[in-house]
Ligand binder design. Structure first.
Ligand SMILES: CC(C)(COP(=O)(O)OP(=O)(O)OC[C@H]1O[C@@H](n2cnc3c(N)ncnc32)[C@H](O)[C@@H]1OP(=O)(O)O)[C@@H](O)C(=O)NCCC(=O)NCCS
Length: 191
């Protein structure tokens, strides 16, 4: 299973001929996040989210001690070597169950609406599943995440360290029964 995650050490080429909009890149690779991507990722996040980025409750989950998983994070790099999107993955705990927390997810505004956001999440989900994960929690638009199998978390199952619109609190089971024991606040994992 770890071997599958390790293959992202070597970027993987994906053609994006379908739904290509004017000005968008012809092709991109998906790679695990490396330290040298950090500045470019910050630029993409700044351009995609604007200044409100750090006010989000998701950011509280991350800063309270979620464990960053660079090998499961996916960075999209265009044919010129520029980072154009990112989907970060973190490890958290809810009750007795370790799960993954997805975000931030962002595609550079110049590359949006061409299928890259969905492709990034699909790649990240595949990595989490291959790594033996139980489930993934995300905060976002159900309309966007639904095609990848995410659904709204049933009322009362998960809380975050701050306000969140319950209609935007989503999860995805990665193996049968993987979410059964998930209950309570998303916290830093104990191990
Ligand atoms: C959200 C985001 C990552 C989507 O990336 P993208 O490459 O533009 O998305 P895609 O082209 O893969 O879109 C796939 C589908 O999702 C829909 N979609 C895109 N963004 C959406 C949103 N914010 N809400 C609802 N649906 C959305 C698209 O309309 C498209 O549907 P269609 O196939 O019916 O046309 C990107 O718009 C972005 O970076 N936004 C700013 C940051 C942000 O809001 N991040 C998400 C936080 S979870």
């Amino acid at each position: 299973m770890l071997a599958r995650a390790a293959q992202y050490d070597k970027p993987r080429l994906t053609l994006r001929a379908h739904r290509l909009k004017r000005g968008a890149s012809m092709a991109q690779t998906f790679a695990a996040e490396k330290p040298e991507h950090r500045d470019a990722i910050e630029r993409v996040l700044g351009r995609a989210f604007g200044p409100g980025r750090y006010a989000k409750t998701s950011e509280r989950v991350r800063e309270q001690g979620a464990i960053f998983e660079p090998m499961l994070t996916r960075v999209a790099i265009n044919d010129k070597g520029t980072v154009i999107g990112v989907c970060r993955i973190w490890r958290v705990e809810a009750g007795p169950q370790q799960i993954y927390f997805l975000g931030p997810l962002a595609v550079d505004p110049s590359e949006q609406s061409a299928g890259l956001g969905l492709a990034l999440v699909r790649e990240a989900v595949a990595g989490c599943r291959a790594n033996g994960g139980s489930g993934i929690v995300a905060v976002g638009a159900e309309r966007f995440f639904h095609p990848l199998g995410f659904s709204v978390v049933p009322a009362g199952r998960i809380t975050l360290p701050g306000p969140v619109d319950p209609a935007r609190l989503l999860w995805l089971e990665l193996r049968p029964g993987g979410l059964d024991k998930v209950q309570g606040e998303l916290r830093p994992p104990k191990r």
